[in-house]
Design a protein around this ligand. Structure first.
Ligand code: ADP
Ligand code: MG
Length: 245
């Protein structure tokens, strides 16, 4: 479903160029969940932003369902963006819009008509279990509820791919469960292919089929979660993937 080949991205830094991505290769099979882990600054968000078409890589290819996204422009780029839902890192909801208003945003941008839009928003709120919070503003929601609304918004245009950048990093274990349940539902009920960036190996064990470990802009491990957990091959992998209890 997603194939990333030799992806590079460099940013200008205060002490010269920063190679955020240094030849990244990845595969995510349709309908599976890939976890991307790695130390802070290893390039996880840059990778997610490139695959989400929010950042243009310097070189390499990103194919989703056979289409190379890197070369797209204009209308084709906008159409491809609709295929990929993004839950950005951090608090991303618009404060001045209600939960329903936030979920409706991509539908408004796509020109979906009022009645159809309201039906779709209702469906999405139901999917994330927050029908009763439709009229609440982000400040009136818990952190976990806000993230579930961000997931609903990312799913609004029925994307085939969902990217979530540290969706549970600010949450306690209980609330984390509710957000993971929503990601799992997206995969199980909508057949969405999910890439989730996380620091939390609990997240990887609970919802990911595969895991990729990034270090200095490179993938140093990539495999089935079960294999990596039971047979940590490198020092990085063993420190990031402590033995299962
Ligand atoms: P992670 O999400 O794993 O913490 P990032 O992808 O955010 O890592 O960052 C990877 C590297 O690229 C870091 O060294 C970071 O400082 C740098 N970087 C990321 N985005 C930018 C940017 N917009 N401008 C300059 N440097 C950036
Ligand atoms: Mg990040």
């Amino acid at each position: 479903m997603i194939t990333v080949e030799n992806l590079t991205k460099t940013f200008p830094g205060s002490t010269g160029q920063v190679r955020a991505l240094d030849g990244v290769n990845l595969d995510v099979a349709a309908g599976t969940v890939l976890g991307v882990v790695g130390p802070s600054g290893s390039g996880k968000s840059t990778l997610a932003r490139c695959v989400g078409l929010l950042e243009r890589p310097d070189s390499g290819s990103i194919r989703v369902d056979g289409t190379d996204l890197v070369s797209l422009d204009g209308i084709a780029l906008r159409a491809a963006r609709r295929q990929i839902g993004v839950v950005p890192q951090g608090d991303s909801l618009l404060r001045q819009r209600t939960a329903a208003g936030n979920v409706a945003l991509p539908l408004e941008a796509a020109g979906v008509a009022g009645p159809q839009r309201r039906n779709r928003v209702a469906e999405l709120l139901d999917l994330v279990g927050l029908t009763d919070k439709a009229g609440s503003y982000p400040d009136q929601l818990s952190g976990g509820q806000r993230q579930r609304i961000a997931v609903a918004r990312a799913l609004a245009a029925s994307p085939s791919v969902l990217l979530a950048d540290e969706p549970t990093s600010a949450l306690d274990p209980d609330t984390t469960g509710s957000v993971l349940a929503v990601l799992d539902r997206a995969r199980a009920e909508l057949g969405v292919t999910v890439l989730v960036v996380t620091h939390d190996m609990g997240v990887v064990r609970r919802i990911c089929d595969d895991v990729a470990v990034l270090e200095n802009g490179r993938v140093v491990e990539h495999g089935k979660v079960l294999d990596l957990v039971s047979d940590a091959a490198s020092r990085t992998a063993s420190s990031l993937l402590p033995a299962v209890d």
